[in-house]
Design a protein around this ligand. Sequence first.
Ligand SMILES: *Cc1c(COP(=O)(O)O)cnc(C)c1O
Length: 337
Amino acid sequence: MIIDLRSDTVTKPTKGMLEAMWSAQVGDDVFGEDPTVNALEQKLAEMFGMEAGLFCPSGTMTNQIAVKLHTGPQKEVICHKYSHIYLYEAGGIMANAHASVKLLEGVYGKITAQDVADNISPDDVHACETSLVSLENTMNKGGGSIYTLEEVKPIKTLCDQHGIKLHLDGARLFNSLVVTGESPKDWGVQFDTISICLSKGLGCPIGSVLLGTKADIKRARKIRKSFGGGMRQAGYLAAAAIYALDHHVDRLTEDHARSKVIGQMLEKHHLVSEVFPVMTNIVIARLQGISPEDFLSKLADKGIKAVKFGKDQVRFVTHLDFNDEMLELFGERIKEI
Ligand SMILES: *Cc1c(COP(=O)(O)O)cnc(C)c1O
């Protein structure tokens, strides 16, 4: 049995999800006529207390649309140096928005209001004015670390004082909310735009939704079209998303419980020097005495897949298609390495 822990994107739709897709009502969404897409956008917007939503093919697209909405040439976005929007979106900030980036340091991928305050670029003839701050929750490269609302609020206050927009890359926001018990609405009021991925822990084959004001989402719809992201009978995909929101949110705690066990197993391993605190479904291990490439190849020989995550690190992600039997096998197999 192959145990695939490369990402929570590797899941396949469940039977229930496929049935929901099969029976979806659809129409042409570029004409705004797909009732299931409209229902999904409305459902998420209501859940977060935001005005409107926009269904997109990927989280990269929702993030990049947001960056383009809130920045532009001679504007700058502030984010952590390990942010997905900067590190893993193929240079999109430059290519799509023609904006500059100011990268901040911070523990486990997180930045504070003080970090932001110290780095705002003014509207000055020499400067590239800061028009956007972007946070990521959970923070992928921080080991699935969590921002709490209390950490976000002072950042929001600061942004408001300076007329700066605040975006959330919430690819795995639900992973955070099931841990803290905070409500989606409390998060919705803190941000101008939020991107939510449906194809990660929620187990959909495709899709992300961008949330924001009616005016921003109207502009976002036009930017999506220019990115080639206008979809037609996308209701089949939106039906999977609605099913996932109804059935796959609470169960994220199972993924978290399994990733904690993986973290404990790896901590004891002779080739591992450190495991980042396991907060959600991501486990990052720092290696000792072996390169990530060699470690991954030893894992592959045992039927385990993970990914390199930095010069001396590897990442494991638990998900809907990883069960207790696989967890037990994982434990047996890594002992043999
Ligand atoms: C996966 C991910 C995205 C979006 O990636 P896509 O593959 O384009 O959907 C955005 N942000 C974070 C933190 C992610 O992990």
